[in-house]
Structures are given as structure tokens and as C-alpha cells.
Design a protein around this ligand. Structure first.
Ligand SMILES: *Cc1c(COP(=O)(O)O)cnc(C)c1O
Length: 352
């Protein structure tokens, strides 16, 4: 049968999310979820929620959340857009700023959803390679981005976990003639962030998610900061009711309990540093991480083999085939017990 799909859709394989296996007793360190539950305040809101309210539509713009997020970075409601996960915001951003005539520049390696969204738009992807050993950023990134209309900086980067320096990001925001999207999915785990660049520069969007630091990947909530003009433009192309009523309320309760969130984040950071040190002792190469995962290469540089060894032992991590990434595993930081189990399996195969 002939295909009725647009040629762009027929041409793509679609995004491959990390597995969500149904097996029990599995240690799941493959999708960078938080090992700790969300704030106890969320439980209270859930318990007290009257289901009769669900017959109404939610607040279309999620203004309660916009005000809360805006206040956290000294911006205004009109500087914030809320999405059904930050993947929803990415869809809007690609629709808004990319097309067969308008290309997107990304650093390589990075979040593998970006090229899929570009392909749906029929947009060219300009790949700017990071250093193949250190994953450092090239100083002439703006030059390498050519005439792209959108440039994405993932900070901290996925899957490598390192951070472009604020100085470099600032120079890119200043010099790039297009939209700079700073994807801060993992910024809760980093020593600093770039939210202020969204206020300082008219061409900058800074995006956050509840899926990693806030322990709510199942809820689907993300938000972005930017100038009034950029946010107004994105509001035109969002789904009318893209964030459901329950998500709006639960996210609010969770966000306000920053004490609890900070406590979970601090534990994860401490455990990340511990696991990094333990892997170094096994002669793994470990990229210094500012996120809730480690990008680490076994001593023989065979990431796939290490992935299989762990899988056999019911520990699931992420492996990205490829000349550079194929040497590594991306390991989500779990509870201390989960990390210990991962280490135990690796010690059996790699300790000398
Ligand atoms: C997890 C992740 C997202 C997506 O977050 P959701 O809010 O769950 O859609 C976006 N960007 C990066 C780099 C991520 O790792």
C-alpha cells in the first residue's frame, strides 16, 4: 500500500526511550529517574483531591505554576511556559524554530531526542563534536553552528554529565544569531545554572523538568524561561490544555517543598561521588559529572560487554552504540544499595 505519511515521518525510526522493564527485582539505573519518592506534601494533595473536580478543564496556561517558577528566578509570569514534560516543550520549540530552511545545531554526543524532532520538521542537524576524550566544548562553537536558527546546549550534558562553563554559554548566548536553548534537565545536581541568561538575553530559553531532581518523571511536567516575546510565541503553538489539573496541583506541592528536594539531591550527589571513586579504583574511566548519572568506560573500552554483564545480573544501565559513546555506560545514581549491587557485579569482572 502506498504511504500517506509525510516523507519526513516515513524516513525516521522514532525516538527509542530507555527500557521500562516489567521484571521485578531488577535494579533500574537506565533512565536517570530519582531513586527517592517526591515530597510527602504530594501525598497530602493526592489524598485530599476531590475527583469531581476532574469534570472541568484545567487552567490552560497553568498560571499558578508559572507564578511559582517565575518567582524562583526573579522573573514574571509572562516569562514562563509550562509543558507536559520538557519533551512537550521541545516539540513546541522545534515546531517554532526549525523547518527545511531553518536548521538546528547540537553538540555531539547529546540527548538523542533532538535529532528525531528535527527530522519530523525536515530540518537539518548541524553536529558540533565535543572533545572525544574529555567531552569539553569547542571555543568556536558559534562559528561551527553556521547559520543554524536554533542551538541547543544541554547543561549538564547527557549522556556525558559534564557542564559547559557559564562563561562559554554566556559567550554563545551573546554571539549566536538565533535561539539558544539551554536544556537544564539535570541542573538540580550541578553547582550552578544559567537561568539568569534567559533574563539577560532576548534569544535565550532555559528549560527545566520535574523528571530528574524533582522525582516526578511519571507526572510529566517541564517549564521554560525566556523573554516575553519568545514565551508568547511558544504559547501560540502549545496544546490548549497541555498540563492536566492533577499535575498542576501535585507539581505545585512538590516544588514548594524545596527543603525535601534539596535533601534528596544532596544524597544523590554524595553517592555519585562515592560511586565515581569506586569505579576509578576498578580502572574505569569516569567523566566528572554534574548530573545524577555517571558516564563511565570499563578498562577494556567495551561498553557493550559491560552492559551485558550487568544485564545478566539484572542491573540495567544505558549503553549508546557508537565509536565514541560505545566505550561507555551511562549509569543512573540509585539508592546506596542499588549502587553497591552494581559495583559488586562490576568488581567480579573488572577487579584485578
Ligand atoms: C530527561 C530529559 C528531558 C526530558 O524530560 P521530561 O520532562 O521527562 O520530558 C529533556 N532533556 C534532557 C537532556 C533529559 O535528559
Amino acid at each position: 500500500m502506498k504511504s500517506y505519511f509525510r516523507k519526513e515521518i516515513d524516513a525516521i525510526a522514532g525516538y527509542a526511550p530507555g527500557e521500562q522493564p516489567k521484571i521485578t527485582n531488577l535494579i533500574k539505573l537506565n533512565t536517570n529517574e530519582n531513586p527517592y519518592p517526591p515530597s510527602p506534601e504530594v501525598v497530602k494533595v493526592l489524598r485530599n483531591f476531590d475527583p469531581a473536580r476532574l469534570r472541568r478543564y484545567p487552567d490552560p496556561a497553568a498560571d499558578g505554576l508559572r507564578d511559582l517558577f517565575a518567582a524562583s528566578v526573579n522573573m514574571k509570569r509572562d516569562n514562563v511556559i509550562v509543558g507536559n514534560g520538557s519533551d512537550d516543550l521541545l516539540t513546541m520549540i522545534f515546531r517554532a524554530f526549525t523547518s527545511p530552511e531553518l536548521s538546528v545545531a547540537v553538540f555531539e554526543p547529546t540527548y538523542s531526542l533532538y535529532p528525531v524532532l528535527a527530522a519530523m520538521q525536515g530540518a537539518e542537524v548541524i553536529r558540533i563534536p565535543l572533545d572525544q576524550e574529555t567531552f569539553d566544548y569547542p571555543v568556536n562553537a558559534v562559528e561551527l553552528a553556521g547559520n543554524a536558527n536554533l542551538l541547543i546546549i544541554t547543561r549538564p550534558n547527557a549522556p556525558t554529565g559534564n557542564c559547559a562553563s557559564r562563561e562559554l554559554v554566556r559567550n554563545i548566548c551573546r554571539d549566536f544569531d538565533g535561539i539558544v536553548l539551554i536544556d537544564e534537565a539535570y541542573s538540580d545536581f550541578a553547582p550552578d545554572n544559567c537561568a539568569d541568561f534567559a533574563a539577560e538575553f532576548g534569544n535565550v530559553l532555559v528549560m527545566r523538568t520535574f523528571s530528574k531532581g524533582s522525582s516526578m518523571a511519571g507526572l510529566r511536567l517541564g517549564y521554560a524561561f525566556g523573554s516575553e516575546i519568545l514565551i508568547a510565541g511558544l504559547m501560540k503553538l502549545k496544546d490548549s490544555y497541555n498540563v492536566d489539573m492533577l499535575s498542576q496541583e501535585l507539581a505545585k506541592a512538590n516544588f514548594m517543598d524545596h527543603g525535601y528536594r534539596d535533601q534528596c539531591v544532596r544524597k544523590i550527589i554524595a553517592d555519585r561521588e562515592k560511586l565515581a571513586a569506586d569505579l576509578l579504583k576498578l580502572n574505569f574511566k569516569v567523566v566528572p559529572s554534574a548530573a545524577n548519572f555517571l558516564f563511565a568506560a570499563p578498562p577494556d573500552g567495551d561498553g557493550e560487554k559491560a552492559f551485558k554483564i550487568l544485564r545478566e545480573a539484572a542491573v540495567i544501565v544505558r549503553y549508546f552504540p557508537g565509536e565514541v559513546t560505545g566505550k561507555y555506560l551511562r549509569i543512573t545514581i540509585g539508592t546506596p544499595e542499588e549502587n553497591a549491587r552494581l559495583l559488586e557485579v562490576l568488581e567480579k569482572h573488572y577487579a584485578r
